[in-house]
Design a protein around this ligand. Sequence first.
Ligand SMILES: [Zn+2]
Length: 375
Amino acid sequence: MLLNQKYEIFPSSEQIEILETWLSYCRLTYNSALLDKQRKYRQSKESYSRFDIQKQLKQDKQEWEFLKEIPSQALQEVFRRLDHAFTKFFRKEANYPKLKKHKDYNSMTFPQFGFKPNTHHRYAASFTENGKLQLSKLGQIPIHLHRPMEGTIKQLLIKRQGSRWYAIFSVEGQAYPAPINRDLAVGIDVGINKYAVLSDGKSYENPTFIRKTEKKRKRAQAKLSKMKRGSANYAKQVSKVHLFYEKVANQRRDFLHKLSYHLAKDYSIIAVEDLEIRHMVKNKRLSKSISDAGWGMFRNMLSYKCERNGSILLKVDPAFTSQDCSTCGTRVKKSLSIRTHICKGCGTILDRDHNASLHILRKGMEQLDQMVVID
Ligand SMILES: [Zn+2]
């Protein structure tokens, strides 16, 4: 299933002028193809195929130089739209296609995106290395990638909405069964002090039995470091340390299985921080302790258990989740040692991790609002 993901783009005034020109060329092409189709049908009762249209376009391009200014992929997509409009009409899903006015024609499609593997051929649309959107014959446009994109980009739609411009990517992704119960949404912050803090106030400690085994493991490890290498006792101690390692790992896996099972069962929407980005954003020591606590394993378990239960797992950009106020958005800088969030903007006082989980939930819901299922 394809999902739409929408991001605002910021073309310069020259680029806007070009985009507007492209849109009007697309609209003219659409309207003239529609008229050609109607004319041919009136004259010969024959349908005017896409093949005929493409042939006509080739002629048009020779006659009208300006049609060469627009990426040809985007122009060809115009015919697919017209075809689609007729298909919908014949299926009685829509009225007979009409000529489009300026206000009705506000988007164009780039059906391919990115690099062709193993060649250096560039598609009409791609990302640059510095994270901008690259359109052939137009150049680079800054884009606000406010959340990570997941899956394979199938096509790009450039859309004008009022005075703003958007890039809408169709991405092949996880299929979300509808309907989704928005009341059963939760944000989860995975931390150090507590294993997980939920936006509804619940929290899960690292279980004491894991901490006990961990303590034993450390003690065994310390004892080992004082022993003479190569001795019989040394080998015995090594296997003891290994056993404790394994025991901790098993206990943790077991705990995470249970926790992820309950979360996926109890909630229909779960928002967590995106692990890859989190590693980049947050400091190394924090990342280390989080990966020690099996964050990656936990997220994987959540991911497939959510899929199995028909719940949605949303991965959000972790930037400032623990800093910003979940109520009003004010940035409240705090070091790791500060455990309470006190907002001077709105007076909100919350446990640091609870504030973060509420913020993660909000980001997740914003993300959900922008994911539109298309057929
Ligand atoms: Zn606030």
